[in-house]
Structure formats: structure tokens, C-alpha cells
Design a protein around this ligand. Sequence first.
Ligand code: ZN
Ligand code: ZN
Length: 418
Amino acid sequence: MADFKQNLRAYADLIVRVGVNLQPGQDLMITNIINRGVSLQTAPLVRAIAAAAYEAGSRKVDVIWSDPELRLLNFTKASPDAAVDYPDWMADALQRHVENGGALVTIHADDPGLLSQVDSDLVSAAQQSALKKTHHARQYTQSNKVNWLVIGASSPDWARRVFPDLPEEEAVDRLWETIFKVCRVDRQDPVAAWQNHIEDLKSRTDYLNHKHYTALKFSGPGTDLTVGLPDGHIWRSGRGQTQSGIPFIPNLPTEELFTAPHRAKVEGVVTATKPLSYGGSLIEDFTIRFEGGKVVSVSARKGENVLQKLVDTDEGSSRLGEVALVPYSSPISQTGIMFFNTLYDENAACHLALGSAYPFNLANGEAMSSEELLAAGCNRSVVHVDFMVGSNQIDVDGVCADGTHEAVMRLGEWAFDL
Ligand code: ZN
Ligand code: ZN
């Protein structure tokens, strides 16, 4: 227990000082936008983060709470119109917070299957209402106008799903231990461990940025996909920087190198290597086919209608907005655990995202209008949903301007030396 408290405090410190890198005088909001607040089950961590934030000189810490049982009750008992409508006051609070330059910490702790028994039309309508009403505020994080961070916290709801064979209390402890391990909280000096790790990722992004590949080619079981890359695409890794120059690490943990695909130049078929948890439902064993950058067909053993609805959300949700490389030997992959949560699972495998691309993955992208971004090949959408395509059987080639291919990954591991 003493160990746990120490680790929790170290985790909170890492979150405040390295992750979101809260500045003296800055406001902090802790929430989870889509879930209409952060789960009550994370209270011990939220309190530790607030304490660390005030210690770092924060002016004010605001928390928007959510109770998973009440979320479920809302879907089953409220009238459908009211159930799906995102509260205006919540969208307004978020908007005012980011407009004032406040930092945002999002915590994932909910049961990924919480809403699996609810009508998927309702769930997806609620999701769209949330995305639309918070679209403007989320531009502040998507464009790095403010520093922001996404993290996970163990909870009975989530731990039960990850370790179904363990008694609840043990499952919660195991999930905390795993989070501390993959977030390097258990290291002698977690801050130094993160600095080294972030440097290593940066050298690899420098290598890829120097190459200016025109496309990446993924091949493996059920996958033969060419992902075109726009002129001026920029590879990035875990380190973010606000437009005003504050460095931060938007995801803890992070293992990926990622860039923007060309929205009109994706061809072929890709098979997911892990289930996708989306809006409280699980989509399993699925394949997506692309032509001219657009999804032309999807098939899934489970959750095909949820996947189709995601693809049909808007014009951009049927196109790719991210391509990311993660070696199979990453610490998260090595745990062998399926987290049913994108923050962790995406750092275990190479992945793609349906929906919006990050403007900072394109040269000068943050200064471009939506129309200019689209014209440059950078996708726009209200959604950004990652799905895993990596494994120890996937090869990735970089396609050079002259059409020749170079090995980027072989059997899921880096194939180039620095
Ligand atoms: Zn990613
Ligand atoms: Zn992503």
C-alpha cells in the first residue's frame, strides 16, 4: 500500500511535470470529453494530480466527474432525444477553459464494454453530438494551441475487462502495476527515463523525415495496403509543443512515430490485428478495403454495423488521418495484454486512424484553413479513431520518389540503423 501511494504520487508528478507540463499560473481541467466526465472510480489519482498541479503553481484545477452507472441509466431511462444530446453547459465549460489557455488532462478508466447492450444507433448519435458540440474546443488540442494529455487509470470496471479471471481487487492492482510499468513510473528516475525514450523516438522521426517517402507499403496476413504520403508530410513522435512553445507529451505512454497519410492516395486492403473499442462497443476481426483513399467496403466478425456507422459519420471518416509505426518489441506489446483501450493498444502496434489528420503532421499545416489542408491531402473529419494493423508478421516498405522500395520494418521490427 505504501508502494502504491508512492507510485500514484510519482505517476501524478509525471503527468503534471512531464506529460501536460503544466505552467505556473495555468488552469487545469481534468475530464473525459466523450464520456461526459472522468470516472468517479479514478478519484484517488485525480486528487493526486490536483495536488501535484497546485504544487507546480496551477491557478485552478477543475474536474468534470462522470459515473458509469449514471451514463448507462441515461441511455436506458432518459428519452432518446435527451439521452444523445450532449449538455451545452459541458461544451461551454470546455470552450471557455481552452479559450483562457487552460491545459486539459483526459483520463480513460471506463469499461470498454459499458454500452455494448445499448442500441448502437443511440450510442453513435450521442458520440456524434459530443464530437460536434466540442468540435471547436477540440481544435485547441488538435492544433496544440494548449498543452493537453491523455492517460489511463485503473478502475474496477476496466480491470475486470482486462483480467476477467482475477478477483476484482487483484485485477485493479494488476492493471495499476501494468500502467506504472509501461509508463516507466517504476524506474529509478521516471523523468530521466522519459527524456531518454523521447530522444530515441526523435532520432527515428528525423531519419524518416529525411527520407521523404512518397508512400508506405504494408504487407502481412490479410494486408496489402499502400498508404500515400502528402508532399510536406512530417513524421512526429511523443513530444508535442504548443504554438506558444511549451513542450509536452500528449500521450502517456507513447511509443509511436506517426504522420498524415494522403487522404486520396490509399489503395488496397488492410486487416486489423486487434479488436477496436469504439463508443462502448467492440469491433472484432475486421477488414477494410480502400480505393482512391476512400473506404469502399468493411467486414467484421463482430460489430460490423458499428464500424460502418463510424465510416459513415461524415465525408472524412471514410478516409485515413494517421499512419503510425510501433515496433512489436515495445514494452506494451511485451506485456501481451489486450487493454481494449486505444491509448495503450495503439502503442503496442502499428496503426492507422480513420478520420481527421493532425495539421501539425504537414509543413505549415497549423497555419492552413480547412480547405487548404484538404487540398494538400490532409484529411478533415469530426472523428479520429485508431485501429491496429501491426504484428510480428507485418513488413513495411518506404516507397522513394523514384519508385524504389526501402525496408522500414521487417516482421514488426525496425529494419533501418540510425
Ligand atoms: Zn497514433
Ligand atoms: Zn491516432
